[in-house]
Design a binder for this molecule. Structure first.
Ligand code: ATP
Length: 222
């Protein structure tokens, strides 16, 4: 995925708050990008644009060469269903408390237009260390297991891009490591992962670190 000179402001004429002031970046497939920067620097705004939940006021966002900023609303919904995954900070926000781990993956497959018995479901359970938790519901799982279930759900397809907002924000160090290991597994399937984070462990393990300040990427580290 690529962004070129993306701009986004909030409010109406007369009281516009510029949240993004010309952001350009590339999220290569198979890599993990950490988006760091102080509160209010524009990370969440950028994530919403990358996840096609919101549209920029100016600039271009392209996914595998296709311009996504000009898609109609149904076109964006279709793109999100087939090509994008999203992970929130709180495991509870990513999961439904009445579905088991396996049922989450079956729902994910259905949303992506895949059969409920797609072999990648079993493979994801194995690779993310969830095989012996498949029949458990979220409240029977640890925080790390819950977040890995959410990653498995988002990973079905696989999507082109996984967008994560503070994915380790509510986890302890060991559990955060499990999430980072799951990201690495996912990256090897060709997914571009981008995570807004205040967690140095995420930035340390990323392939690319983009630092934001006042709505712009001020520094690129690799
Ligand atoms: N819905 C909104 N209406 C008006 N202003 C907003 C809105 N959402 C964000 N902003 C403003 O846009 C700027 C960027 O906010 P954003 O939430 O993207 O930053 P952030 O880096 O994600 O912060 P945090 O780390 O605290 O989540 C801030 O000045 C914020 O106050």
């Amino acid at each position: 995925m690529r962004c070129d000179e993306v701009e986004r402001s909030y409010g109406s004429a007369g009281s516009l708050v510029p949240a993004l002031r010309g952001v350009s970046l590339t999220l290569p497939r198979g890599s993990i990008t950490a988006l760091v920067g102080p509160s209010g620097s524009g990370k969440s705004t950028l994530l919403r644009l990358l996840a096609c939940i919101d549209r920029p006021d100016a600039g271009r966002i392209r996914l595998d060469g296709v311009e996504v900023t000009t898609l109609s609303r149904p076109g964006r919904v279709r793109l999100r269903r087939r090509q994008l995954g999203f992970l929130y900070q709180a495991p509870a926000d990513n999961l439904l408390d009445y579905l088991t781990v396996r049922e989450h993956l079956q729902l994910g497959a259905a949303l992506r237009g895949l059969p409920k018995r797609d072999p990648q479901l079993t493979s994801l359970l194995d690779r993310l260390g969830l095989a012996d938790r498949a029949e458990h519901r979220p409240r029977q799982l640890s925080g790390g297991e819950q977040q890995r279930t959410a990653i498995a759900f988002a990973a079905i397809g696989p999507p082109a891009v996984l967008v994560a907002d503070e994915p380790t924000g509510q986890l302890d160090h060991t559990t955060a490591d499990e999430v980072l290991a799951a990201f690495r597994v996912l990256a090897t399937t060709g997914v571009a992962i981008v995570a807004a984070t205040h967690d140095p462990a995420v930035a340390d393990r990323a392939d690319q670190v983009l630092r934001m300040r006042d709505g712009a990427v001020v520094q690129e580290e690799t």
